[in-house]
Ligand binder design. Structure first.
Ligand code: VG1
Ligand code: CO
Length: 541
């Protein structure tokens, strides 16, 4: 065993996006590609000497290999200890939990989240900082600068570590501890959520299905739902993580979690349905006969969180990403607490959580979380829902309908145009930006534009400014359209169009019909078909 310094050349494309560096697997398999990026990350941690680093991933293809490489590079870069999940596994929220609990200086989370895996699929590396959250923009920018200038990396030689055996090993003087990936996380859930109440719920015959989508939440959901809470064996389906997620998109939405969605809308629907994504930070909630939009789920959780022990003293504030519907704002107003609007991506919630300004936060993309970690947390959201069902004794669909009766309904849909030409996507966004000033007062599909701008965020904690975060158009008819380009794709560009309309009084209409004029206006304003050549979106959620 020895440490060596390896000369290398920079790759120009190692720019982290909305959530870490995400590329096709063959890109990551280029010689030195992983090593360069990991060294670039470590170079931005000046105080790493003797510190603890957490490493784990969602188990997708390349996960084990990159875990081994990252451990070798860590050993050559002064870290004192690495905590790694058994088998190289850690869900994103569990990684956040472990970083915080063990006072680590940060962590590497290997995942491309809901993107498909396998040799031709996607891979990703995310860096989380000491607070357990995704590195903020200032740090991801520094990593990119470093990666563009890198000339060498340091790495330990030697055999692969046994990632299955729990306990300590040593690599060049650095301790590597293989930990149970579930234990710390499950302990935290026990503090936040009323396990006894949920146990009683299941004991009373309550039935649910949790679809782990052959991804990382399988072991967590099995241990907690079936193991501790007494849900019937088989409640968790697709529970064994697979390197290619069984060939599916591990994306918990009505399109990719179709089976669950159909089950919940059929005659044999159990009492509650939920699913999580590749790395376990997203959640989908389906009540019997009723899909709960993530925006509504955030609002419902906010309204009922006080029923769980972890939130019994109330919420400090609520934040949502800008394209998320305003349903949560209505709850904040009623509770007399502040609502914050941030750019897309969990990293923007970090400062608000650290400063104690908010307790709950969420995104329309099926992310919900709280101050218990610094990532969104799929299984946590499911447990909080179960806590609410257990303590109210209500059905999930009844809870949502009662919520609408109190607050009105924010009808919501998202249209994604995937893999469009990057140049066309840029042209579309540029075209929108150029006409923002002229839009107010104009009518489209019977709706009148009341406001139009490009979202600019000023962080209330550190004053940092992030601009060009999405074009938003408000209509006088209480409707809204938001356009932005995805920052997580690996091929071409993805245009996301977020569409919503509020109705105070009518709650049982078909969302497709309610939103049809808003969709039409959205297409006309951005000239989507003309510029992208697409008449219809590729995915509607
Ligand atoms: C998407 C979602 C965003 C989410 C991000 C990471 O980003 O829109 O809300 O935070 O994915 O989610 P984008 O830039 O493609 O729209 V995940 O589950 O990767 O960690
Ligand atoms: Co994810």
């Amino acid at each position: 065993m020895a440490l060596k310094t390896v000369p290398t050349q920079p790759f120009p494309d190692q720019k982290p996006g909305t959530s870490g560096l995400r590329k096709k697997v063959p890109v990551f398999r280029q010689p030195h590609y992983v090593e360069n990026f990991v060294q670039a990350i470590f170079d931005t941690i000046p105080d790493r000497d003797g510190e603890t680093l957490v490493i784990g991933g969602d188990g997708r293809f390349l996960n084990r290999e990159v875990v081994q490489t990252a451990i070798r590079i860590a050993a050559a870069n002064g870290f004192g200890r690495v905590l790694v999940g058994q088998g190289g596994l850690l869900s994103t929220p569990a990684a956040s939990c472990v970083i915080r609990k063990h006072g680590a200086v940060g962590g590497l989370v290997l995942s491309a989240s809901h993107n498909p895996g396998g040799p031709e699929g996607d891979f990703g590396i995310k860096f989380n900082t000491r607070n357990g959250g995704p590195a903020p923009e200032s740090i991801t920018a520094a990593i990119f600068e470093r990666a563009k200038a890198i000339t060498e990396y340091r790495i330990a030689d030697g055999p692969d570590l046994d990632l299955e055996r729990l306990g300590d090993a040593t690599v060049e003087g650095m301790t590597v501890t293989v930990i149970d990936p579930v234990a710390d996380y499950a302990a935290l859930m026990r503090e936040l959520v009323d396990f006894d109440a949920i146990r009683a719920l299941f004991a009373g015959g309550f039935r649910m299905r949790f679809d782990a989508m052959s991804a990382v939440t399988g072991p967590y959901a099995r241990a907690i739902l079936e193991g501790e809470l007494g849900a019937a064996p088989g409640t968790v389906v697709n529970a064994v993580p697979q390197e290619d997620f069984g060939g599916h998109h591990p994306d918990p939405n009505p399109v990719h979690a179709r089976e669950l969605f159909d089950l919940m809308h059929g005659p044999d629907a159990p009492d509650f349905g939920a699913a999580s994504d590749g790395d376990g930070d997203r959640n989908m909630i389906v009540a019997p006969g009723l899909f709960v939009t993530p925006s509504d789920s955030l609002a419902v959780l906010a309204a009922h969180a006080h029923r769980a022990p972890g939130y019994a003293s109330g919420l400090a504030g609520i934040a949502r990403s800008m394209p998320t519907s305003r349903a949560a704002d209505r709850v904040a107003e009623k509770l007399g607490i502040r609502a914050y609007e941030t750019p897309t991506g969990w990293k923007f919630f970090g400062n608000l959580l650290d400063a104690g300004l908010i307790t709950l936060c969420g995104e329309e993309s099926a992310g919900t979380g709280s101050n218990h970690v610094r990532e969104k947390d799929g299984l946590w959201a499911v447990l909080l829902w179960l806590n609410i069902l257990a303590t109210t004794g209500e059905r999930a669909d009844a809870i949502v309908r009662a919520h609408w009766a109190t607050f009105g309904r924010d009808y919501y849909t998202r249209h994604d145009y995937e893999e469009i030409e990057s140049a066309a996507a840029e042209r579309l966004m540029q075209g929108l930006r150029e006409k923002l000033a002229a839009l107010p007062g104009q009518s489209f599909a019977g709706l009148t534009v009341a406001s139009a701008d490009d979202f600019r965020y000023v962080d209330p904690v550190d004053g940092s400014v992030t601009d060009r975060q999405g074009v938003r158009i408000g209509f006088a008819e209480d409707a809204r359209v938001v356009y932005r380009l995805s920052g997580t794709g690996t091929a071409g560009a993805t245009l996301r169009v977020y569409i919503e309309r509020y109705d105070r009084d009518t709650h049982d209409a078909d969302p497709v019909q309610v939103l049809a004029p808003v969709v039409e206006a959205a297409r006309a304003i951005a000239r989507i078909a003309e510029i992208t050549g697409r008449d219809e979106p590729s995915v509607v959620t």
